[in-house]
Design a binder for this molecule. Structure first.
Ligand SMILES: [Zn+2]
Length: 210
């Protein structure tokens, strides 16, 4: 069984969305300082590194991340490559070979080819347009994975999130897909059980078929 860990390492110098706090790990206990044990506190945004968005990230009063359906977060997923496309639009999607009936779709884009997650933030990352989001909704997709900090392109980020989170689609963001080929996998994505929060750090794995 070949397991691909598609989660991004979390560390203080990592790329975060502009305005989000950088991760910090202050020690409340330290063996080196003579304490009985080393204990580290964790301070970062719920949208740090590989994470899921909950419906209440953009929709007031909607459920939080602990309500997400685990049966959507585990199961067959397809990785598709969008080539040099500057955005994931309905037109781009129609030209891809997304197998009929796919419920979990993960997009490997030019963000991966340019190693964008390990560089400074850029506004022109490849994201999903609202008409692309609608295209996926119309085909019954329940989970969407992307290889940058947010699912929607900068200008249309709110509209894309509203469409997808409003329809109960689970968004899996900031995936490290550098080692991944397009094709079918089994996805396991387990967000931390943070009560009522708008997102949660997630360990995400893709398992290759035998
Ligand atoms: Zn997010």
């Amino acid at each position: 069984m070949k397991i691909h860990d598609i989660s991004l390492p979390i560390h203080p110098a990592m790329l975060v969305w502009p305005g989000d706090c950088q991760p910090r790990f202050p020690r409340t206990g330290d063996l080196a300082a003579g304490d009985e044990a080393t204990v580290t506190a964790i301070t970062f945004s719920a949208h740090t590194g590989t994470h899921v968005d909950a419906p209440n990230h953009f929709i007031a009063g909607a459920p939080g991340v602990d309500s997400l359906d685990l049966s959507v977060l585990i199961g067959p997923a397809v990785v598709v490559d969008t080539g040099d496309a500057g955005a994931i639009s309905a037109r781009v999607l129609a030209a891809l070979d997304i197998p009929h009936g796919s419920t979990r779709v993960i997009f490997r884009t030019a963000n991966t080819r340019t190693d964008a997650l390990r560089k400074a933030f850029r506004e022109d990352y490849v994201g999903l347009t609202p008409d692309g989001a609608q295209w996926l909704l119309d085909r019954g997709v329940r989970l969407i994975g992307v290889d940058y900090l947010s699912v929607g392109s900068t200008r249309e980020n709110v509209a894309t999130h509203n469409l997808l989170l409003g329809a109960g689609v689970i968004l899996l963001e900031t995936l490290d897909l550098a080692a991944l080929r397009p094709g079918p996998y089994q996805l396991i994505a387990l967000p931390l059980k943070l009560v009522g929060l708008d997102g949660a750090p997630t360990r995400a794995l893709l398992i290759e078929p035998d």
